[in-house]
Design a protein around this ligand. Structure first.
Ligand SMILES: [Zn+2]
Length: 191
């Protein structure tokens, strides 16, 4: 059973309300069989209407009005390599992205699924919206559910919107917790 466009819009609004995306950043898509539904380019993902959502098939043909997110190539490549994935959320969530702009890795904290690896995987910087980013990200996320894009942001993938949204929130919370502990541990005495 696939998620539908109205649920996609609801999740976009949730991500905005939770401040995981701001301005016109971030993009979200769902798989709908032979094509995907994705958020549009150059628009905030907050308050989108159903007609704002763009349908694109796996040959890059746009099947509706509007222009898809500039990261549509990355979404399509991930869906091609991950048949189990039906939802992709890409954000520039501030804490996790702060880590992406540093040499520190985000630990995988308890609270979401099994901890198989101690740190969240990351890939080196590639220019946003490029084929290089699409290929690098889709290769790296083959066995992951979260990927940090160095100097850029975060990708979360999952079987459905609800699960993927929870994961995106959890990763940001994890990054926030680690940021606070790093700060506190960096000072000797705050009393
Ligand atoms: Zn981005």
């Amino acid at each position: 059973m696939y998620d539908d466009v109205s649920k996609l819009i609801e999740v976009c609004n949730n991500l905005y309300d939770k401040q995981l995306v701001s301005g016109k950043s971030g993009n979200v898509s769902i798989r709908l069989g032979d094509y995907i539904a994705i958020t549009p380019t150059l628009k905030s993902i907050n308050g989108l209407d159903e007609e704002d959502i763009v349908l694109v098939d796996f040959n890059f043909n746009t099947l509706s009005n509007g222009k898809p997110s500039s990261e549509v190539g990355m979404h399509l490549e991930i869906y091609k390599k991950r048949p189990d994935v039906n939802t992709i959320i890409h954000t520039h969530a501030p804490y996790a992205t702060g880590f992406a702009f540093s040499d520190k890795k985000i630990k995988r904290l308890e609270g979401f699924g099994q901890i198989k690896k101690p740190y969240i995987a990351s890939i080196e910087y590639e220019k946003p919206g490029t084929e290089n980013l699409a290929l690098s990200a889709s290769n790296a996320i083959k066995e992951e559910d979260v990927l940090i894009l160095k100097n850029h942001g975060v990708i979360c993938v999952g079987e459905n919107l609800k699960e993927t949204e929870s994961l995106a929130v959890f990763i940001e919370e994890s990054a926030k917790t680690q940021f606070v502990s790093l700060m506190l541990n960096s000072v000797k005495d705050i009393i």
